[in-house]
Write a protein that binds this ligand. Structure first.
Ligand SMILES: Cc1ncc(COP(=O)(O)O)c(C=O)c1O
Length: 430
């Protein structure tokens, strides 16, 4: 069966709203380290990792062995009706690195489920369905997670169990906070928060949910220290802070293990998913015990923290810590950020991100007009030259990258060369 035939079958049987990338979509059939091979035998350096999820690369023996050991026992599933040793071990490890005081951990299967749970906990703990979220956010695809989404193109319905007030995003390229220096941005954003609380809520808000660096939103982030200033206001009202670390966790930002740590404040809850499973379905919430234990009903999760995913997650976390991948993310992130900044292209309005979260925002030369067609050109051009990257941003004009944290210096330089060539090609088209 050819790739075109597979695409035709995909389109016939799967929903229209699941769209593979590229004019000619590809099927990845094998991988090793930071490289993948498609069904037509072409190999790519992977700077996206299935949306920052293959966090330590492909075909890692430590992970495969841990999963195989569990499968060899014959128990792929037992449910949370029974004790799951691997689940307890993983929860203990995550609690220890979370930085949340008196932590308890709930294991689920995805980022959506993690955020849905955090919203459930916050609304029950505070007995309020009022939520603060950020414009340009993305937190998942359940009703509650969609209800706190701040992007029209991802907002499939207005039906929602929560009542949301939106704060401004960290965007200082455009909009009302355009061009503001860090301190002034924080001052005005906090003043806006006070106004939002006073004018659009009944006061007893449950929580603020926010990504430290907005993933789908194109790696837009407020300045370091923003969430500490915001938390001071939240504390006045008893409002909880949920940090969505689905993309920013596990050392990816290089400078810290969690995105929230750039702000010198500690959230009440953090949510995680993607990278910790390195491809196995795993997500969850860390919350202060009094918040986690506030539910007045039994709750049950058939697959959450199942022995296979939990074995994978435990092995991934050990690998990240044993190999100090956070330090690698810092070192190679610096190299890549400097390389991309050094390109000085008139079609790149901003190079954003931290560590191994890198984004390029494309505009028409000499303007701030979003240029999604140039981002698309870079996407296709990088693919043609053997590099996989992602796309995002409010206007679809951002190239996003989240290479595996195991990236080598040679691979970083190889990717940089391909990106430079692709940007030059797009620049000729502009
Ligand atoms: C920050 C963030 N939160 C939550 C989610 C939802 O995670 P999932 O797709 O695993 O449900 C995503 C997915 O991209 C995300 O980027």
């Amino acid at each position: 069966m050819t790739t075109e035939e597979l695409l035709a079958r995909h389109r016939a049987v799967l929903p229209n709203w699941i769209n593979p990338l590229y004019a000619e979509p590809i099927e990845l059939v094998s991988g090793t380290g930071c490289r993948v091979t498609d069904a037509d035998g072409r190999t790519y350096l992977d700077f996206f990792g299935g949306v920052l999820t293959t966090m330590i690369g492909y075909d890692i023996p430590e992970i495969s062995d841990a999963v195989r050991r569990q499968l060899d026992r014959g128990i792929a599933h037992s449910s949370t009706l029974y004790l799951i040793r691997k689940q307890v071990e993983l929860a203990e490890k995550i609690a220890k690195v979370s930085g949340i005081p008196n932590p308890k951990v709930f294991l689920a299967n995805s980022g959506t489920e993690a955020n849905d749970t955090a919203l459930l906990l916050a609304t029950q703990f505070r007995r309020s369905n009022q939520i603060l979220a950020m414009r340009n956010s993305y937190h998942g695809r359940s009703f509650a997670a969609l209800g706190v989404t701040g992007q029209r193109s991802w907002s499939a319905t207005s039906l929602s169990p929560v009542n949301v007030s939106y704060l401004h995003s960290g965007d200082r390229l455009r909009g009302v906070f355009a061009g503001l220096p860090d301190a002034e941005y924080i001052r005005r954003a906090v003043a806006d928060l006070r106004e939002v609380l006073a004018t659009t809520t009944a006061g007893d808000v449950a929580c603020l949910i926010a990504e430290p660096i907005q993933g789908v939103g194109g790696f837009v982030a407020p300045p370091d220290g923003y969430f500490a200033a915001v938390k001071e206001v939240l504390d006045e009202y008893g409002i909880l802070w949920v940090s969505d670390e689905v993309q920013t966790g596990w050392g990816r930002t290089g400078e810290h293990f969690w995105g929230y740590q750039a702000h010198d404040a500690v959230p009440d809850m953090l949510t995680f998913a993607k990278g910790v499973g390195n491809g196995f379905a795993l997500g969850g919430v860390v919350a202060r015990a009094e918040v986690m234990d506030c539910l007045g009903a039994i709750s049950f999760n058939t697959f959450g923290g199942n022995p296979v995913s939990a074995s994978a997650g435990s092995a991934v976390l050990d690998y990240v810590l044993d190999h100090d991948l956070q330090a690698n993310a810092a070192r190679l992130g610096d190299l890549l950020h400097a390389g991309l900044r050094g390109l000085h292209s008139p079609i790149v309005a901003e190079v954003r991100g931290k560590g191994l979260m890198l984004a390029l925002e494309f505009v028409r030369p000499g303007t701030l007009d979003p240029a999604p067609e140039l981002a698309l050109r870079v996407l296709e051009e990088t693919k043609a030259n053997g590099l996989l990257v992602g796309k995002g941003g409010l206007y679809g004009n951002v190239i996003r990258m989240g290479p595996p944290l195991t990236l080598s210096e040679a691979e970083a330089k190889e990717g940089l060369d391909i990106l430079a060539g692709a940007i030059a090609a797009a620049q000729r088209q502009a």
